[in-house]
Design a binder for this molecule. Structure first.
Ligand code: NAD
Length: 258
């Protein structure tokens, strides 16, 4: 039975102790770590994603109309959080990485804010890709979003690569295969850790949510930091049910949010 903590001081104290005692820590992050940066998460009530839901991969591939709609939604969402910057939660994890306490951040996020907070790229495992640039699905070449947007708005056609391939954000859409190398790295990091911190995820999206489960099965301790119940609370050692920035502030060298 998980120890559910709702008192902030108690949660912070327990977290500091468990982090001090661990040898190999992996963080597993979800959309909730970026809400304090102004990027809405997926499942919270009134989420902007409900007005601009992502188009599933099969639909995106099936028609140019779907691809154009997908780009329209992408640019509309980007406009609404174009100034997003890392927050206390991101900086806390960056300090724990810099201090050699966290060896990997496995993230479901596509916003690039772990990189922006100073975490070296090789310490970040992006299970669902990255939405800050695009890629050709044919030849794999990278396309910058500003150029894609200019071409899209000027031509009113779904962007294509010079090779004729379909251009898509470098994210993993619903229905698209998971990236092999990231899955392999996440698996290795999970098996290596003796503590996994699952932060800001409803823990319902699989296969990603399989990593906290695997960590626990492999003997690691699992701490969940999330303001609402998650699907894995029952198997966690500690559940800290509170705002992420406030819980992690001591690790960022602060005692308050932002
Ligand atoms: P989710 O929306 O399913 O869950 C987020 C959880 O974080 C919720 O349970 C919510 O209660 C909690 N939360 C939100 N803000 C919080 C805060 N300040 N403090 C504490 N808890 C907070 O997100 P998910 O589990 O990551 O799954 C959503 C999928 O959508 C992922 O696959 C991800 O790729 C994608 N997505 C990414 C982003 C991003 O990159 N920032 C944003 C939205 C969705």
């Amino acid at each position: 039975m998980a120890n559910i903590v709702t008192d902030m001081e108690d949660g912070r104290d327990q977290l500091i102790r468990i982090v001090e005692d661990a040898e190999h820590i992996a963080a597993f992050t979800g959309a909730g770590i970026s809400t304090e940066s102004g990027i809405p998460d997926f499942r919270s009530k009134d989420s902007a994603w409900k007005r601009h839901p992502p188009i599933p991969f099969e639909e995106f591939m099936a028609s140019e109309t779907a691809r154009m709609e997908s780009w329209r939604r992408k640019f509309a969402m980007d406009d609404s959080f174009k100034d997003a910057a890392p927050n206390t939660g991101h900086y806390a994890l960056a300090r724990l990485v810099a201090g050699d306490r966290i060896h990997s951040i496995i993230t479901q996020n596509i916003d690039g804010l772990h990189q922006a907070s100073g975490v070296p790229r090789e310490k970040i495992i992006e299970l669902h890709g990255n939405g800050t640039y695009a890629k050709c699905l044919g030849c794999g070449v990278r396309h910058e979003l500003a150029a894609v947007r200019n071409r899209f708005e000027a031509s009113n056609r779904a962007p294509q690569c010079l090779c004729g391939g379909i251009v898509k954000t470098a994210t993993i859409a619903f229905g698209q295969a998971m990236p092999n190398e990231e899955m392999r790295r996440a698996h290795a990091a999970t098996l290596q850790c003796d503590l996994m911190l699952a932060i800001g995820s409803s823990l319902v999206v699989y296969p990603a949510a399989g990593f906290p489960v695997l960590a626990k099965e492999n003997g690691a301790q699992l701490v969940i930091i999330n303001r609402e119940e998650t699907a894995l609370d029952a198997i966690a050692d500690i559940v800290i049910r509170a705002p992420i920035g406030e819980v992690l502030a001591p690790f960022a060298g602060r005692d308050r949010l932002n």
